[in-house]
Design a protein around this ligand. Structure first.
Ligand code: NZQ
Ligand code: ZN
Length: 380
Protein backbone atom coordinates (compact mmCIF):
# COMPACT_ATOMS: atom_id res chain seq x y z
CA UNK A 1 0.00 0.00 0.00
CA UNK A 2 1.17 3.52 -0.77
CA UNK A 3 1.20 6.23 1.88
CA UNK A 4 -1.96 8.32 1.89
CA UNK A 5 -3.81 11.05 3.74
CA UNK A 6 -7.56 10.59 3.99
CA UNK A 7 -9.92 13.38 4.94
CA UNK A 8 -13.46 13.66 3.61
CA UNK A 9 -15.25 16.47 5.41
CA UNK A 10 -18.69 16.19 3.76
CA UNK A 11 -21.58 15.57 6.16
CA UNK A 12 -24.03 13.05 4.65
CA UNK A 13 -27.65 13.57 5.64
CA UNK A 14 -29.49 10.52 4.38
CA UNK A 15 -33.12 9.45 4.19
CA UNK A 16 -36.76 10.45 3.80
CA UNK A 17 -37.75 13.94 4.76
CA UNK A 18 -34.20 15.11 5.46
CA UNK A 19 -34.56 18.18 3.24
CA UNK A 20 -36.43 19.80 6.13
CA UNK A 21 -33.11 19.97 7.99
CA UNK A 22 -31.73 22.64 5.64
CA UNK A 23 -32.26 25.51 8.12
CA UNK A 24 -30.08 23.73 10.71
CA UNK A 25 -27.43 22.76 8.15
CA UNK A 26 -26.86 26.11 6.42
CA UNK A 27 -24.96 28.55 8.65
CA UNK A 28 -27.10 31.50 9.77
CA UNK A 29 -26.99 34.85 8.02
CA UNK A 30 -25.85 33.59 4.61
CA UNK A 31 -26.81 35.07 1.26
CA UNK A 32 -27.69 31.91 -0.60
CA UNK A 33 -27.94 31.03 -4.29
CA UNK A 34 -29.91 27.83 -4.94
CA UNK A 35 -28.93 26.25 -8.26
CA UNK A 36 -31.16 23.99 -10.35
CA UNK A 37 -31.20 22.10 -13.66
CA UNK A 38 -34.04 22.02 -16.14
CA UNK A 39 -37.01 21.41 -13.85
CA UNK A 40 -37.11 17.72 -12.84
CA UNK A 41 -37.23 18.89 -9.21
CA UNK A 42 -40.65 20.39 -9.82
CA UNK A 43 -42.08 17.04 -10.93
CA UNK A 44 -40.97 15.08 -7.88
CA UNK A 45 -41.75 17.51 -5.08
CA UNK A 46 -38.11 18.24 -4.26
CA UNK A 47 -38.48 21.89 -5.26
CA UNK A 48 -41.46 22.36 -2.94
CA UNK A 49 -39.59 20.72 -0.06
CA UNK A 50 -36.56 22.97 -0.59
CA UNK A 51 -38.72 26.12 -0.78
CA UNK A 52 -40.56 25.15 2.40
CA UNK A 53 -37.30 24.49 4.25
CA UNK A 54 -35.69 27.77 3.12
CA UNK A 55 -38.66 29.93 4.09
CA UNK A 56 -37.47 33.12 5.75
CA UNK A 57 -33.87 32.70 4.58
CA UNK A 58 -32.13 35.15 2.21
CA UNK A 59 -31.88 33.31 -1.11
CA UNK A 60 -32.11 33.61 -4.88
CA UNK A 61 -32.54 30.86 -7.47
CA UNK A 62 -30.48 30.15 -10.58
CA UNK A 63 -32.09 27.79 -13.12
CA UNK A 64 -30.83 26.04 -16.22
CA UNK A 65 -27.60 24.21 -15.41
CA UNK A 66 -27.73 21.63 -18.17
CA UNK A 67 -26.56 17.98 -18.27
CA UNK A 68 -22.78 18.13 -18.87
CA UNK A 69 -22.76 21.67 -17.44
CA UNK A 70 -21.18 24.30 -19.65
CA UNK A 71 -18.91 27.13 -18.69
CA UNK A 72 -21.06 29.38 -20.88
CA UNK A 73 -24.11 28.88 -18.59
CA UNK A 74 -22.05 28.99 -15.42
CA UNK A 75 -20.47 32.36 -16.29
CA UNK A 76 -23.98 33.84 -16.00
CA UNK A 77 -24.48 32.38 -12.53
CA UNK A 78 -21.04 33.56 -11.43
CA UNK A 79 -21.77 37.12 -12.59
CA UNK A 80 -25.06 37.16 -10.66
CA UNK A 81 -23.40 35.61 -7.60
CA UNK A 82 -20.67 38.25 -7.54
CA UNK A 83 -23.09 41.10 -8.11
CA UNK A 84 -25.40 39.93 -5.30
CA UNK A 85 -22.65 39.10 -2.80
CA UNK A 86 -23.66 35.44 -2.55
CA UNK A 87 -21.70 33.58 0.14
CA UNK A 88 -23.37 30.12 0.16
CA UNK A 89 -24.47 27.88 -2.70
CA UNK A 90 -26.99 25.05 -2.57
CA UNK A 91 -27.12 22.73 -5.60
CA UNK A 92 -30.42 20.88 -6.03
CA UNK A 93 -30.34 18.24 -8.76
CA UNK A 94 -28.03 15.66 -10.33
CA UNK A 95 -24.27 15.55 -10.76
CA UNK A 96 -24.37 18.22 -13.44
CA UNK A 97 -26.08 20.81 -11.24
CA UNK A 98 -23.66 20.04 -8.42
CA UNK A 99 -20.55 20.03 -10.65
CA UNK A 100 -21.63 23.34 -12.15
CA UNK A 101 -22.14 24.70 -8.64
CA UNK A 102 -18.60 23.60 -7.73
CA UNK A 103 -17.31 25.84 -10.52
CA UNK A 104 -19.54 28.73 -9.43
CA UNK A 105 -18.28 28.35 -5.84
CA UNK A 106 -14.66 28.30 -7.03
CA UNK A 107 -15.05 31.21 -9.44
CA UNK A 108 -16.61 33.40 -6.73
CA UNK A 109 -13.11 33.81 -5.27
CA UNK A 110 -11.25 33.92 -8.61
CA UNK A 111 -10.71 37.02 -10.73
CA UNK A 112 -10.00 35.48 -14.15
CA UNK A 113 -12.26 33.51 -16.49
CA UNK A 114 -13.73 30.36 -14.86
CA UNK A 115 -12.51 28.15 -17.71
CA UNK A 116 -8.97 28.84 -16.47
CA UNK A 117 -9.87 27.06 -13.21
CA UNK A 118 -10.98 24.03 -15.23
CA UNK A 119 -7.83 23.89 -17.38
CA UNK A 120 -5.60 24.41 -14.34
CA UNK A 121 -7.30 21.33 -12.87
CA UNK A 122 -7.51 22.77 -9.36
CA UNK A 123 -9.30 25.72 -7.79
CA UNK A 124 -7.34 27.96 -5.44
CA UNK A 125 -10.37 28.40 -3.17
CA UNK A 126 -14.16 28.36 -3.07
CA UNK A 127 -17.08 29.73 -1.10
CA UNK A 128 -18.96 27.09 0.93
CA UNK A 129 -21.53 25.02 -0.94
CA UNK A 130 -23.76 21.99 -0.32
CA UNK A 131 -26.21 19.79 -2.21
CA UNK A 132 -29.56 18.11 -2.31
CA UNK A 133 -28.73 15.23 -4.65
CA UNK A 134 -31.49 13.78 -6.86
CA UNK A 135 -29.53 11.38 -9.08
CA UNK A 136 -27.23 8.71 -7.61
CA UNK A 137 -24.34 8.28 -10.07
CA UNK A 138 -21.41 10.64 -9.95
CA UNK A 139 -20.51 10.63 -6.26
CA UNK A 140 -20.17 14.40 -6.65
CA UNK A 141 -22.18 14.79 -3.42
CA UNK A 142 -19.20 13.59 -1.40
CA UNK A 143 -16.13 14.37 -3.49
CA UNK A 144 -14.16 17.39 -4.61
CA UNK A 145 -14.26 16.76 -8.36
CA UNK A 146 -16.34 18.38 -11.06
CA UNK A 147 -16.49 17.94 -14.82
CA UNK A 148 -17.23 21.00 -16.95
CA UNK A 149 -17.86 21.31 -20.69
CA UNK A 150 -17.13 24.17 -23.06
CA UNK A 151 -19.56 24.27 -25.96
CA UNK A 152 -17.58 26.48 -28.33
CA UNK A 153 -14.56 24.14 -28.39
CA UNK A 154 -16.38 20.86 -27.65
CA UNK A 155 -14.11 20.21 -24.67
CA UNK A 156 -14.88 18.51 -21.34
CA UNK A 157 -12.41 18.43 -18.44
CA UNK A 158 -12.38 17.66 -14.72
CA UNK A 159 -11.08 19.95 -11.99
CA UNK A 160 -10.84 19.71 -8.19
CA UNK A 161 -12.02 22.10 -5.51
CA UNK A 162 -13.26 21.95 -1.91
CA UNK A 163 -15.77 19.29 -0.78
CA UNK A 164 -19.49 19.97 -0.27
CA UNK A 165 -20.19 21.03 3.33
CA UNK A 166 -23.12 18.65 3.43
CA UNK A 167 -25.21 16.61 1.03
CA UNK A 168 -28.80 15.58 1.59
CA UNK A 169 -29.70 12.27 -0.07
CA UNK A 170 -33.39 11.41 -0.01
CA UNK A 171 -33.85 8.15 -1.95
CA UNK A 172 -37.47 9.09 -2.66
CA UNK A 173 -36.11 11.77 -5.01
CA UNK A 174 -34.97 8.97 -7.35
CA UNK A 175 -38.49 7.60 -7.93
CA UNK A 176 -38.97 9.91 -10.92
CA UNK A 177 -35.74 9.02 -12.72
CA UNK A 178 -36.34 7.86 -16.30
CA UNK A 179 -35.05 4.45 -17.46
CA UNK A 180 -32.17 5.84 -19.50
CA UNK A 181 -30.84 7.90 -16.57
CA UNK A 182 -31.04 4.91 -14.23
CA UNK A 183 -29.15 2.75 -16.74
CA UNK A 184 -26.46 5.40 -17.25
CA UNK A 185 -26.21 5.94 -13.49
CA UNK A 186 -25.70 2.23 -12.76
CA UNK A 187 -23.01 2.02 -15.47
CA UNK A 188 -21.29 5.13 -14.07
CA UNK A 189 -21.21 3.71 -10.53
CA UNK A 190 -19.89 0.38 -11.81
CA UNK A 191 -17.12 2.04 -13.82
CA UNK A 192 -16.13 4.35 -10.94
CA UNK A 193 -15.37 1.25 -8.91
CA UNK A 194 -13.57 -0.42 -11.82
CA UNK A 195 -11.33 2.64 -12.38
CA UNK A 196 -10.08 2.24 -8.81
CA UNK A 197 -10.07 -1.57 -8.72
CA UNK A 198 -9.08 -3.00 -12.11
CA UNK A 199 -5.38 -2.15 -11.95
CA UNK A 200 -2.87 -4.53 -10.36
CA UNK A 201 -3.34 -7.26 -7.77
CA UNK A 202 -1.93 -7.42 -4.26
CA UNK A 203 -2.09 -3.75 -3.27
CA UNK A 204 -4.71 -4.00 -0.53
CA UNK A 205 -7.05 -6.78 0.52
CA UNK A 206 -9.49 -4.41 2.16
CA UNK A 207 -9.69 -2.03 -0.83
CA UNK A 208 -10.24 -5.03 -3.14
CA UNK A 209 -12.99 -6.55 -1.02
CA UNK A 210 -14.72 -3.21 -0.55
CA UNK A 211 -14.68 -2.55 -4.31
CA UNK A 212 -15.92 -6.07 -5.09
CA UNK A 213 -18.76 -5.58 -2.58
CA UNK A 214 -19.86 -2.42 -4.35
CA UNK A 215 -19.68 -4.09 -7.79
CA UNK A 216 -21.74 -7.03 -6.54
CA UNK A 217 -24.28 -4.66 -5.03
CA UNK A 218 -24.72 -2.85 -8.35
CA UNK A 219 -25.15 -6.17 -10.18
CA UNK A 220 -27.69 -7.34 -7.58
CA UNK A 221 -29.83 -4.20 -7.48
CA UNK A 222 -29.86 -3.39 -11.22
CA UNK A 223 -32.57 -5.89 -12.28
CA UNK A 224 -34.60 -5.19 -9.13
CA UNK A 225 -34.66 -1.45 -9.88
CA UNK A 226 -36.00 -2.28 -13.34
CA UNK A 227 -38.88 -4.11 -11.68
CA UNK A 228 -39.71 -1.55 -9.01
CA UNK A 229 -38.07 1.81 -8.53
CA UNK A 230 -40.42 2.72 -5.70
CA UNK A 231 -38.88 0.22 -3.29
CA UNK A 232 -37.42 2.58 -0.71
CA UNK A 233 -34.74 0.28 0.72
CA UNK A 234 -33.62 -0.73 -2.76
CA UNK A 235 -33.24 2.91 -3.80
CA UNK A 236 -31.36 3.55 -0.52
CA UNK A 237 -28.78 0.98 -1.63
CA UNK A 238 -28.66 2.52 -5.11
CA UNK A 239 -28.01 5.96 -3.65
CA UNK A 240 -25.48 4.94 -1.03
CA UNK A 241 -23.54 2.74 -3.46
CA UNK A 242 -23.13 5.69 -5.80
CA UNK A 243 -21.71 7.80 -2.99
CA UNK A 244 -19.37 5.10 -1.68
CA UNK A 245 -18.04 4.38 -5.17
CA UNK A 246 -16.48 7.81 -5.53
CA UNK A 247 -15.96 9.45 -2.16
CA UNK A 248 -12.26 8.49 -1.68
CA UNK A 249 -13.09 5.45 0.52
CA UNK A 250 -12.08 2.73 -1.96
CA UNK A 251 -8.87 4.33 -3.24
CA UNK A 252 -6.78 4.56 -0.10
CA UNK A 253 -3.15 3.74 -0.83
CA UNK A 254 -3.72 2.11 -4.22
CA UNK A 255 -3.13 2.95 -7.89
CA UNK A 256 -6.00 4.12 -10.12
CA UNK A 257 -6.77 3.98 -13.82
CA UNK A 258 -9.36 6.56 -15.15
CA UNK A 259 -8.46 6.08 -18.83
CA UNK A 260 -11.98 4.85 -19.59
CA UNK A 261 -13.43 8.05 -18.11
CA UNK A 262 -11.08 10.31 -20.04
CA UNK A 263 -11.94 8.59 -23.32
CA UNK A 264 -15.65 8.63 -22.41
CA UNK A 265 -15.51 12.39 -21.71
CA UNK A 266 -14.26 12.90 -25.27
CA UNK A 267 -17.21 10.91 -26.67
CA UNK A 268 -19.55 13.13 -24.66
CA UNK A 269 -17.75 16.33 -25.67
CA UNK A 270 -17.83 15.42 -29.38
CA UNK A 271 -21.18 13.62 -29.62
CA UNK A 272 -23.19 14.53 -26.53
CA UNK A 273 -23.44 10.91 -25.36
CA UNK A 274 -24.70 10.63 -21.76
CA UNK A 275 -21.74 10.14 -19.43
CA UNK A 276 -22.60 6.66 -18.09
CA UNK A 277 -23.57 5.47 -21.58
CA UNK A 278 -20.14 6.48 -22.91
CA UNK A 279 -18.45 4.36 -20.23
CA UNK A 280 -20.50 1.27 -21.12
CA UNK A 281 -18.99 1.47 -24.61
CA UNK A 282 -15.39 2.18 -23.58
CA UNK A 283 -14.77 -0.06 -20.53
CA UNK A 284 -15.03 -3.41 -22.37
CA UNK A 285 -12.56 -1.99 -24.92
CA UNK A 286 -10.12 -0.90 -22.21
CA UNK A 287 -10.28 -4.40 -20.74
CA UNK A 288 -9.67 -6.01 -24.13
CA UNK A 289 -6.72 -3.85 -25.17
CA UNK A 290 -5.06 -3.90 -21.74
CA UNK A 291 -5.92 -7.54 -20.98
CA UNK A 292 -2.25 -8.57 -20.54
CA UNK A 293 -1.37 -5.66 -18.25
CA UNK A 294 -4.54 -6.13 -16.18
CA UNK A 295 -4.67 -9.93 -16.40
CA UNK A 296 -4.22 -10.70 -12.71
CA UNK A 297 -6.93 -8.30 -11.65
CA UNK A 298 -9.34 -9.33 -14.42
CA UNK A 299 -8.99 -12.95 -13.27
CA UNK A 300 -9.65 -11.94 -9.64
CA UNK A 301 -12.63 -9.82 -10.71
CA UNK A 302 -14.01 -12.63 -12.88
CA UNK A 303 -13.80 -15.16 -10.09
CA UNK A 304 -14.95 -13.06 -7.14
CA UNK A 305 -17.60 -10.94 -8.84
CA UNK A 306 -18.91 -13.27 -11.56
CA UNK A 307 -17.93 -16.70 -10.22
CA UNK A 308 -15.75 -17.51 -13.26
CA UNK A 309 -13.44 -20.26 -12.00
CA UNK A 310 -13.13 -22.69 -14.90
CA UNK A 311 -11.02 -22.69 -18.07
CA UNK A 312 -7.60 -21.41 -19.05
CA UNK A 313 -6.48 -17.95 -18.02
CA UNK A 314 -7.24 -16.62 -21.50
CA UNK A 315 -10.73 -18.15 -21.44
CA UNK A 316 -11.46 -16.70 -18.00
CA UNK A 317 -10.26 -13.24 -19.01
CA UNK A 318 -12.47 -13.39 -22.11
CA UNK A 319 -15.44 -14.54 -20.05
CA UNK A 320 -14.97 -11.70 -17.53
CA UNK A 321 -14.93 -9.11 -20.34
CA UNK A 322 -18.05 -10.68 -21.87
CA UNK A 323 -19.83 -10.63 -18.51
CA UNK A 324 -19.00 -6.94 -18.12
CA UNK A 325 -20.30 -6.03 -21.57
CA UNK A 326 -23.34 -8.25 -21.01
CA UNK A 327 -24.09 -6.44 -17.76
CA UNK A 328 -24.13 -3.08 -19.54
CA UNK A 329 -26.39 -4.53 -22.25
CA UNK A 330 -28.72 -5.88 -19.56
CA UNK A 331 -29.15 -2.28 -18.40
CA UNK A 332 -30.39 -1.42 -21.88
CA UNK A 333 -27.22 0.43 -22.92
CA UNK A 334 -25.36 0.27 -26.24
CA UNK A 335 -21.89 -1.18 -25.88
CA UNK A 336 -20.52 -0.52 -29.36
CA UNK A 337 -19.49 2.71 -31.07
CA UNK A 338 -21.36 1.75 -34.23
CA UNK A 339 -24.64 1.55 -32.29
CA UNK A 340 -24.05 5.14 -31.23
CA UNK A 341 -23.27 6.15 -34.82
CA UNK A 342 -19.60 6.85 -34.11
CA UNK A 343 -16.84 5.91 -36.54
CA UNK A 344 -13.19 6.40 -37.49
CA UNK A 345 -13.25 10.18 -37.75
CA UNK A 346 -14.05 10.48 -34.06
CA UNK A 347 -11.41 7.90 -33.15
CA UNK A 348 -8.77 9.88 -35.10
CA UNK A 349 -9.92 13.13 -33.49
CA UNK A 350 -9.65 11.67 -29.98
CA UNK A 351 -6.17 10.32 -30.73
CA UNK A 352 -5.11 13.76 -31.97
CA UNK A 353 -6.58 15.48 -28.90
CA UNK A 354 -4.79 13.13 -26.51
CA UNK A 355 -1.53 13.67 -28.41
CA UNK A 356 -1.91 17.45 -28.39
CA UNK A 357 -2.37 17.34 -24.61
CA UNK A 358 0.53 14.87 -24.24
CA UNK A 359 -1.68 12.47 -22.26
CA UNK A 360 -0.53 9.06 -21.10
CA UNK A 361 -3.17 7.73 -18.76
CA UNK A 362 -4.02 4.71 -16.66
CA UNK A 363 -2.25 3.02 -13.78
CA UNK A 364 0.67 2.20 -16.09
CA UNK A 365 0.81 5.67 -17.61
CA UNK A 366 0.71 4.02 -21.03
CA UNK A 367 -2.69 4.96 -22.43
CA UNK A 368 -1.46 7.45 -25.01
CA UNK A 369 -3.46 8.78 -27.94
CA UNK A 370 -2.54 5.69 -29.93
CA UNK A 371 -3.63 3.28 -27.20
CA UNK A 372 -6.87 5.26 -26.71
CA UNK A 373 -7.49 4.85 -30.45
CA UNK A 374 -6.81 1.09 -30.18
CA UNK A 375 -9.32 0.92 -27.32
CA UNK A 376 -11.94 2.76 -29.36
CA UNK A 377 -11.31 0.56 -32.43
CA UNK A 378 -11.93 -2.49 -30.27
CA UNK A 379 -15.32 -0.94 -29.31
CA UNK A 380 -16.56 -0.80 -32.90
O1 NZQ B 1 -31.89 19.08 -15.29
P1 NZQ B 1 -33.00 18.39 -14.61
O2 NZQ B 1 -34.34 18.87 -15.05
O3 NZQ B 1 -32.86 18.36 -13.12
O4 NZQ B 1 -33.01 16.85 -15.14
C1 NZQ B 1 -31.90 15.98 -14.98
C2 NZQ B 1 -31.12 15.80 -16.27
O5 NZQ B 1 -31.90 16.02 -17.39
C3 NZQ B 1 -32.45 14.60 -14.74
N1 NZQ B 1 -32.71 14.30 -13.34
C4 NZQ B 1 -31.90 14.47 -12.27
N2 NZQ B 1 -32.50 13.99 -11.15
C5 NZQ B 1 -33.72 13.53 -11.53
C6 NZQ B 1 -33.85 13.72 -12.92
N3 NZQ B 1 -34.98 13.37 -13.60
C7 NZQ B 1 -35.96 12.81 -12.88
N4 NZQ B 1 -35.89 12.57 -11.55
C8 NZQ B 1 -34.79 12.91 -10.83
N5 NZQ B 1 -34.70 12.63 -9.53
O6 NZQ B 1 -31.44 13.72 -15.21
C9 NZQ B 1 -30.75 14.33 -16.28
C10 NZQ B 1 -29.27 14.08 -16.13
O7 NZQ B 1 -28.77 14.73 -14.98
P2 NZQ B 1 -27.20 14.90 -14.75
O8 NZQ B 1 -27.02 15.71 -13.53
O9 NZQ B 1 -26.55 15.37 -16.02
O10 NZQ B 1 -26.72 13.39 -14.52
P3 NZQ B 1 -25.55 12.83 -13.63
O11 NZQ B 1 -25.86 12.95 -12.19
O12 NZQ B 1 -25.28 11.49 -14.17
O13 NZQ B 1 -24.32 13.81 -13.91
C11 NZQ B 1 -23.55 13.69 -15.08
C12 NZQ B 1 -22.41 14.70 -15.06
O14 NZQ B 1 -21.50 14.45 -13.98
C13 NZQ B 1 -20.16 14.28 -14.48
C14 NZQ B 1 -20.41 13.75 -15.87
O15 NZQ B 1 -19.28 13.88 -16.69
C15 NZQ B 1 -21.56 14.59 -16.33
O16 NZQ B 1 -21.12 15.87 -16.75
N6 NZQ B 1 -19.38 13.47 -13.56
C16 NZQ B 1 -19.03 14.00 -12.38
C17 NZQ B 1 -18.22 13.36 -11.49
C18 NZQ B 1 -17.81 13.96 -10.20
N7 NZQ B 1 -18.20 15.19 -9.93
O17 NZQ B 1 -17.14 13.34 -9.41
C19 NZQ B 1 -17.66 12.03 -11.77
C20 NZQ B 1 -18.33 11.33 -12.90
O18 NZQ B 1 -17.42 10.40 -13.42
C21 NZQ B 1 -18.83 12.20 -13.99
O19 NZQ B 1 -17.80 12.47 -14.92
ZN1 ZN C 1 -18.26 8.73 -14.09
Amino acid sequence: MNNFIFQNPTKLVFGKGQISRLPQLIPAGRKIMVTYGGGSVKANGIYDQVCAALQGMDYIEFWGIEPNPTVETLRKAIAIGKERGIDFLLAVGGGSVLDGTKLIASAMVYDGDPWEIVTQGKASGAIPYASVMTLPATGSEMNSGAVISRTETKEKFAFYTSYPQFSILDPEATYTLPDNQIAAALADIFVHVMEQYLTTTGQSRVMDRWAEGLLMTVIEIAPKIKENRHDYDLMCDFMLTATLALNDFIRMGISEDWATHMIGHELTALHGITHGASLAIVLPGTMKVLREQKKGKILQYGERVWGIDRGTEQERVKAAIEKTEGFFRSLGLDTRLGQAGIGDRTIDEIQARFERLGLSLGEGGNVTGKVAADILRSCK
